[in-house]
Design a protein around this ligand. Sequence first.
Ligand code: BGC
Length: 760
Amino acid sequence: MKLRSIFVVVVLFVVTVISAAAQAKPSAADQQARQRADALLAKMTLDEKIGQMNQLFFFPFQPEASFVDGIRKGQTGSLLFVTDPAVTNRLQKVAVTESRLKIPLIFGFDVIHGFHTIFPVPLAMAASWDPAMVERSQAVAASEARSVGINWTFAPMVDIARDPRWGRIVEGAGEDPYLGSAMSAAQVRGFQGDRIGAPGHLLACVKHFAGYGAAEGGRDYDASNISDAQMWNVYLPPFKAAVDAGVGSLMSAYMDLNDVPATGNRWLLTDVLRKDWKFDGFVVSDADAVHSLIPHGYARDDADAAMKAFSAGVNMEMNFNANVYVKNLANAVNAKQISEKQIDDMVRPILEAKIKLGLFENPYVDEAKVKPTFDDPSHRAAAKLAAVRSAVLLKNQDALLPLNRTAYKKVAVLGPLADSRQDTLGSWTFAMDIGQTATVLSGIRSKLGAAAQVDYAPGVQINRGTSSIFDMMLKEKHPPVWPEAQAADEFKKAVDLAKDADIAIMVLGENQDMSGEYASRSAIDLPGRQLELLKAVQATGKPVVLVMFNGRPLDLTWADENIPAILEAWYPGTDGGNAVADLLFGDAVPGGKLPVTWIRNAGQIPFYYSHNLTQNPAEEVKRYWDQKVVPLYPFGYGLSYTAFAYSDLKVAKPEFKVGAETEVTVDVKNTGSRAGDEVVQLYIHQQAGSASRPVRELKGFERVTLAPGETKTVRFKLGPAELRYWSASVRDWVQEAETFDVWAGGDSTAALHSTFKVVK
Ligand code: BGC
């Protein structure tokens, strides 16, 4: 048989070793938490146990009093969206003084990229290729959220996304499982600290398990159909990384995965998550996702939905008021469909989390500490640093950037996003003081001071035209749509400003509600009349710098051909405008790199760098006759104000055995005249095997800072963890004795190449 002739080592030992290391013996604290949880369970009635599995939304429009009775009766174990510490304390008091067993509530919230101080959106943070910075950023976010009484964040979102139409691509780390795994683990460490219950930290919740990013057509919530190999090699690794980093909870996704909705998917939630990965935290459903098994056409009714989600492995039901668990699980026990022991097993990890978080000892929050926490100046500085490190310089013809601060006496700042505070922050921002936001306009004004006249005109308006699910939570409402005559005037005003200025800095892209949840689109062009405005401003003959605010790749083909400088700022957060000003005027040097392939238009979707080869790789660029089959900017791409050269790619062991490892080194030199950062990237390709492997796969990266003329040798390790994959023909993890290509360089098209051989 063919398979027998292929030397395949099923690297179960790797899995075993890695898993064993990750879940070494339970610590004393874990054991103690278990004992306390068991002691509590022994006292609880069945209804009280089921109450712990119930999590309710708390929206500002809902009267606080409507939650009291359920908490008092022990029917509610958790609330989400309480952000007022006084409310937290009042409701917690009901739980710990008036409920029979005094079990505290756990308060959850979407702390996605900051709480009071907003950091760049997660896709931007991934563009930093700087996990240590991301970890510190999420630690800041955790401390702010914890100060108001939030104990639990529904983050990190680690869904791999290869379709920019999907609005939620902004919430993750992009298209690549290796970068995605690094960002996943970093965020878990940042949110949770060195253990669950570390002071000033939160319980993290990795989401959405799993495959949500592959929604068909990029339409939010649509079904995902993903092969097993893609699941194991692409979509699951960032979740595994979170579990290995000790994440305490996980959220089951909304969508249908290969005909079984994720929230009723026992293979995902039990076989993979608990049996294979030994996850010992708890699973919360996405909002109403237990009840939604009915509209999915998977569950018959609420009772069936409760059984299906429970048996799949969902510990806690997040819901508005469906209360599917509360209303149905006791009946299921009484009818002997499930045992009370099964209920205990599902409730235990929830209680353990509350115990580890210290909620029994410290259920309340000190309201006096909130303001000092929010006002800590290091938080804003961290947010600015994150914005600086996340920006990606896409184009810089003739070194137009950085701008000389004294060279321009009249600066026109143009575009609908240049002075929009809400849009500087991005989606999933609710609890900030929006007044503290630095827009690009304000950043440039404070950078230039009296040295230049800075004029502003939005030029055009952009609008979804449909409501977003977060409209009611917006801090600033969208301005009314201009009547036609005003629209014409505003457009002209912007162009006139450019004519009269020495330089135009345009901030274009998408409103924050154009990406995020329920924010998918069918096209990726610049919405509204922005391209028209860009063309009109370019036609003035004045130098134009384009700053982009967006959470997905957009069609920049015209801009790339016609605009000399393009800086991708994403949604940069509270101090984003100052960060952008620093970058534009050379007080900071861009060093971010794209975490997604930047395609040319929506017709290329899906398009990602690590695709498989065809029978005719040389003809790859001709795969469409009407369109280039290369992206506008490749994955991993980004420029600097300085330049880098690579040399001396060395594989320490050109031949080594399966299970062994080699070091790979490469020299990177700053050949320019100023200090700057480069993200050194390592890619591999397995030339043959029991399955075909992607043309390139990222397997290492390091962001380094180099002084002018300085050279650094960057070291990578390639061993079983990097070389194994899940083979579609073996149907298991394998590491194969084959020849590999290896490349190192500054993006996924890196030319510096070598090979090595893995032998039996
Ligand atoms: C989203 C989750 C989020 C939850 C709670 C859902 O609609 O899919 O990502 O954590 O709401 O806000």
